[in-house]
Design a protein around this ligand. Structure first.
Ligand code: ANZ
Ligand code: ZN
Length: 838
């Protein structure tokens, strides 16, 4: 068996593409807009661990699509770069003293080499790294545009703080109360920070989701994160004072059931509401709740806590005096930070009322006793005066009208979305280009002084006090004010890692422009991104932040489309098999033995283990290293296997046996071309049909990113070719073209061997003839008295008389008809003829 020399082939063609700049792309004005495509991958963070198998999955998918589009006459932009600011390099610097720049650049080298070893058709002339000053100069410039537009402001409200990372975090970076990066429980800390007014774009961010072709799940996550809520703001007079307490409610219809009020511990009126006798209790309570995270405070399972303020409010609809409590299940950051509590119809209020023995009044006819449990569904209103008899929706409208008439309330809209906490108290990020001047206030660094370089430091340790390591460098911090020239100090916070990825897709369009972040012509030539592929974990982080910046740039007239990414696809996760004991604990793969097919036992104990699907992890020793796979089976096998595993969007377990199967398939193709004589002849009718069916299916499936089924069809064709001894040239060439996007190295090699001197990547995609792709021959069944007596193949759509005549001429039927009388003739077109005889 001849060995398939993938190693030489792959090295040869990677060098060829590099030398010939095969995938460098320019803005050719003669190509119309609909024949241009911008296909984007989520760029990687160059971690020390190198590429993992998840990266090539998305990258292969986009690469196949790009190569396919090029062969179909498209001008394709397909760039790659590195998201190279970020905490891991900095944490490594703290541990080892290696500067983050050195680590990052070494990692980038490695990543680039690994990515190149997979033969992706990137235009490497456009490579960018977010940590390079040529790049972050423009990240800083965009920040200044936001600052000048009033979209960046300094804030002192408590923020999420990770004690381990020693930095503030955005709400989006807090997952179930923990730091998204390190898992430490997030606490609240009062530090000065820079915040971006993403909330100003809440409505646009929500509305424009309807205009993009994205997975519904991602749109839903963004909608929920933005969390638009429609309700009413209602004013409650504070008894014995001229002040009002304003609440936000989605259930104005339940006002007659509001039996108490609650304000958040941070509410500005707390001090004023607290009566002398309650002072000590309130202060103790405020202190205790300050130590809790939002999650602990709002967790439904947690016991409700609170303290009475000593004050009362007047319920505007019935003038009843109701107590005002302070409780931390009400968040200061939502609505007005105060609520009217309706314990009969809200679970949290009900729990609170039970605990503190507050009255519970039913205002919707309930199917339960509201003294025993809250009724949160709809019902006819009761105990509600002018609302009695109305359902929820009508009652809300009636109450709103009443409130507006009496000037006690109005319609209101609220969002869950909070402004984006944008500053980090860390070293390895873009310095925020602002200067604090005692005379002029906070001013932006002038454009001609950008980039504001990140200074070299000797210690990367964050202070933990809320200042970045930059604060320790006096020569850097002390500067002169760009406005008045007086002594001033630089802002020492840095930007979060998300900043660089908010606009990188724009820099690829014009990576070397020293005058602008992107030229208007190039932006208009390519944008928006036609296809964006990446992991689902970015649904509300990167993808929301990038949309926000893009919309700001759009409003400034700096980009031409309101949305950056027209179509988005989330690749599924590549998981792995793991082995589980009866007690559900997992056994590292190297301690497992396959006794017989699909029977796995733990080596040490002999316990039979169940094979389950799990995330790849170091501890389970089931991490697949792409470098090893490539060196053992080749990049083409790796590419094709990852596409053959299943639909792009679903998560699927890695199985090396599957990879070997794909490798064998490629080996079979290689040998086919080695062993078969290739002749300039027309293929047989049958082969020609298989060929055209294959072209049709591969074209369709590649265009719709259904790569796994396209590969299956190519396998069908190759099997057919193994049945014949000589290979018609047109069939051989077509097969190579179809393989081109999938296994570009092998395909280029075979293309060259077929006598071509130019790269396959510029060849035209094969076309199919529709008639040849439909089955024209069908099997016709001939029956006598309902019993099948003969079969024959006939052209599809043959008329009744013709098939009947054929049946009567059929030799096998002759003996059954002889001497009989035909009483009936039944013909079902394209199916059967039944002759009834006596
Ligand atoms: C009275 C009421 C009666 C409510 C009822 C609900 C059910 P969404 O839909 O998420 O916007 N609320 C308002 N501000 C709050 C805050 N800062 N912290 C905690 N809860 C707050 O939720 C709006 C509802 O959440 C509001 O409507 C309010 O309770 C509560 F049968 O008012 B409702
Ligand atoms: Zn000044």
């Amino acid at each position: 068996m001849s060995k398939y020399p993938f190693h030489e082939i792959e090295t040869k063609w990677q060098r060829y593409w590099d030398e010939h700049q095969s995938f460098a792309v320019t803005e050719d004005p003669s190509i119309p807009k609909e024949k241009r495509a911008y296909v984007l991958d989520m760029f990687p963070y160059p971690s020390g661990a190198g590429l993992h198998v998840g990266h090539p999955e998305g990258y292969t998918a986009t690469d196949i699509y790009c190569r396919f589009l090029r062969m179909n006459g498209y001008n394709v932009l397909h760039p790659m770069g590195f998201d190279s600011f970020g905490l891991p390099a900095e944490n490594y610097a703290i541990k080892t003293g290696t500067p983050p720049r050195a680590t990052t650049e070494k990692n980038i080298e490695n990543f680039r080499k690994q990515i190149k070893s997979l033969g992706f058709s990137y235009d490497w002339n456009r490579e960018i790294s977010t940590h390079s000053s040529d790049y972050y100069r423009w990240t800083q410039w965009i920040f200044i545009q936001l600052f000048n537009k009033g979209l960046a402001y300094e804030s002192h409200t408590p923020i999420n703080w990770c004690e381990a990372c020693k930095t503030g975090l955005a709400n989006e970076e807090v997952k179930e109360g923990k730091c998204e990066r390190c898992g430490t429980t997030v606490v609240r800390k009062n530090i000065r920070q820079w915040v971006l007014k993403i909330t100003e774009y809440a409505d646009k961010l929500l509305a424009d989701l309807d205009s993009v072709d994205w997975p519904e799940s991602v749109k839903l996550m963004q909608r929920n994160w933005i969390g638009r809520s429609e309700g009413a703001s209602v004013l409650f007079k504070i008894d014995g004072s001229n002040e009002h307490l304003e609440v936000y409610t989605t259930r104005a219809d339940t006002l007659f059931g509001a039996t108490y009020m609650v304000v958040a511990p941070e509410h500005p009126l707390v001090a004023q509401l607290t009566k002398t006798g309650q002072k000590e209790a309130v202060e103790a309570y405020l202190e205790a709740s300050a130590r809790k995270s939002d999650l602990e405070r709002t967790d439904l399972a947690k016991d409700k806590t609170g303290v009475f303020s000593g004050s009362y409010a007047i319920n505007p609809v019935n003038n009843k005096r109701i107590p005002i409590w302070i409780a931390d299940y009400v968040l200061i950051s939502y609505g007005t930070g105060a609520i009217m509590a309706v314990p009969a119809h809200d679970t949290r209020d009900w729990e609170f009322a039970k605990k503190f023995e507050l009255p519970i009044i039913e205002v919707l006819k309930s199917e339960v006793d509201v003294q025993n449990q809250a009724w949160t569904e709809d019902g006819v209103h009761v105990n509600s005066d002018f609302l009695d008899g109305l359902n929820k929706e009508d009652a809300i409208n009636a109450m709103l009208a009443w409130l507006e008439k009496h000037k006690l309330g109005s319609k209101a809209v609220n969002y869950k979305l909070r402004d984006w906490i944008f500053s980090r108290q860390r070293y390895w990020g873009e310095p925020i280009p602002l200067v604090h001047c005692p005379t002029c206030g906070t001013v932006a660094v002038p454009e001609d002084q950008l980039p504001l370089l990140l200074p070299e430091v000797s210690s990367y340790e964050p202070s933990g006090t809320g200042e970045s390591p930059l604060a320790k460098i006096d020569e850097w911090v002390n500067c002169s004010c760009p406005v008045c020239g007086g002594k001033a100090k630089r802002e020492t916070n840095t930007m979060p890692q998300w900043a660089g990825s908010c606009w990188y897709y724009l820099r690829y369009l014009d990576p070397n422009n020293t005058k602008q972040f992107v030229s208007a012509e190039k932006e208009a030539y390519w944008m928006p991104v036609d296809l964006y592929v990446g992991g689902a974990e970015h649904a509300v982080l990167h993808l929301l932040y990038a949309r926000f910046w893009h919309k700001v740039l759009f409003d400034l007239g700096l980009v031409s489309t309101p949305e950056p990414f027209k179509r988005l696809i989330n690749q599924g996760m590549i998981t792995s098999y793991a082995f589980q004991r009866k007690d559900k604990s997992l056994v590292p793969t190297d301690m497992v033995e396959e006794k017989e097919t699909d029977v796995f036992v733990e080596k040490a104990t002999g316990e039979v283990l169940e094979r389950v699907i799990a995330k790849m992890s170091k501890s389970l020793k089931n991490v697949i290293n792409p470098d090893e796979i490539i060196s053992e089976y080749g990049a083409d096998s790796m590419r094709m296997y990852e596409m053959f595993m299943g639909p792009l969007e679903v998560s699927k377990p890695w199985a090396t046996t599957g990879l070997v199967g794909v490798y064998r398939f490629l080996d079979r193709i290689y040998r086919l071309f080695e062993e078969r004589v290739i002749v300039d002849e027309e293929p047989s009718d049958e082969l020609n049909r298989t060929l055209h069916k294959t072209i049709k299916k591969v074209t369709w499936d590649t265009n719709t990113l259904n790569f796994n089924t396209a590969i299956s069809q190519m396998m069908v064709l190759v099997n057919e070719l193994y049945k014949i001894d000589v290979l018609p040239k047109v069939v051989a060439e077509t097969l190579v073209k179809l393989l081109g996007p999938y296994v570009p190295h092998l395909a280029e090699e075979l293309w060259e061997r077929l006598g071509h001197s130019t790269s396959l990547s510029t060849a035209a995609w094969p076309q199919f003839v529709e008639e040849l792709t439909v089955d024209n021959q069908i099997e016709m069944v001939f029956q006598i008295n309902g019993k099948v007596r003969s079969k024959t193949t006939v052209p599809k759509g043959l008329g009744k008389d013709e098939v009947l005549a054929m049946a009567k001429r059929d030799e096998k039927l002759a003996s059954w008809l002889e001497g009989k009388t035909i009483v009936k003739e039944i013909v079902v077109v394209d199916k059967l003829v039944n002759i009834v005889v006596k």
